[in-house]
Design a protein around this ligand. Structure first.
Ligand SMILES: Nc1ncnc2c1ncn2[C@@H]1O[C@H](COP(=O)(O)OP(=O)(O)OP(=O)(O)O)[C@@H](O)[C@H]1O
Ligand SMILES: [Mg+2]
Length: 259
């Protein structure tokens, strides 16, 4: 395990108990992400992508193997990583009783940043995301796209070193999604944030990531696509689709083979 890499999964398995039976959500999962790298994880529904991310966030403990984030065990050293890992979810998860500015300040408040500094940081992020006029608007007064922008501003305001975006655009219409995707990518590149995008969309993975991991069931890397080495995003998308076919064939083989 290379301690210099911000994210490392080494032989990680995760077992859940479902209706008194053991259920494997990840099996021998191995991958790492380099400093400042942007990767995407794609895989069919239920293959263990979010489970892997919950282990990365320290919300679940691996049954076997090791997860390391910024040199820490995220489950055992949860507090050490506070404020260092940011998340953008599918839904904005804004607090309805707080204005856009107050929502952006939320994480800063948790980190005990003084009020005047919090306000200034929120103002800067509102401006960077074109929301200055809406600082005092409540979530119900904003469109879905604007709310997601506020959520992105809230995430970046804490200046996370690692960013997770789990289906961050899938609740938005395609036009809004593509605009916000560009915004988020711009920020990721400006801030040089180590980023993991989780998505069901092959074109999205090919567009946002330098490297794509195709997950099979139970959570494992079936194919790795190095977008940087390919001549076009279309070629990357084709490679990702081959990976998804391999994953499907593998999970069908497991379903039909006698145990
Ligand atoms: N807390 C839990 N307890 C029991 N089983 C769980 C738990 N969380 C997830 N699972 C199971 O683990 C498997 C993987 O789920 P996970 O949410 O990681 O998949 P996913 O790849 O993120 O799917 P999707 O693309 O639909 O978001 C699923 O079969 C799910 O039912
Ligand atoms: Mg998921």
């Amino acid at each position: 395990m290379n301690p210099d890499l911000p994210v490392t999964f080494q032989n990680v398995s995760k077992r859940y108990t479902q209706r008194d039976e053991d259920f494997l959500a990840c099996r021998n999962l191995n991958f790492s992400v380099a400093e400042g790298e942007t990767i995407a994880i794609v895989g069919e529904t239920g293959c263990g992508k979010s489970t892997a991310m919950q282990m990365l966030l320290g919300l679940q403990q691996p049954s076997e193997g090791r997860v390391q984030v910024l040199g820490c065990d995220p489950f055992k050293e949860f507090d050490a990583l506070r404020g260092q890992v940011g998340i953008v979810f599918q839904t904005d998860r804004l607090l309805p009783w707080r204005t856009a500015s107050q929502n952006i300040q939320f994480g800063l408040q948790v980190l005990r940043i003084p009020k005047a500094r919090r306000r200034r940081i929120a103002g800067e992020w509102l401006e960077r995301l074109g929301l200055s006029q809406f600082a005092d608007a409540y979530p119900h007064q904003l469109s879905g796209g604007m709310r997601q922008r506020v959520a992105i501003a809230r995430t970046f305001a804490i200046e996370p070193r690692v960013l997770l975006a789990d289906e961050a655009f899938s609740a938005l219409d395609e036009i809004t999604a593509s605009v916000i995707r560009v915004d988020l990518l711009r920020l990721v590149r400006e801030q040089r944030t180590t980023t993991i995008f989780i998505t069901h969309s092959v074109p999205e993975a090919a567009e946002v990531a330098e490297r794509v991991l195709v997950f099979g069931r139970p959570g494992q890397v079936v194919k790795e696509v190095n977008v940087r080495d390919l001549s076009s995003r279309e070629e990357a998308a084709a490679e990702i689709r081959i990976g998804l076919q391999m994953a499907r064939a593998e999970s069908r083989r497991c379903e039909t083979s006698p145990t």
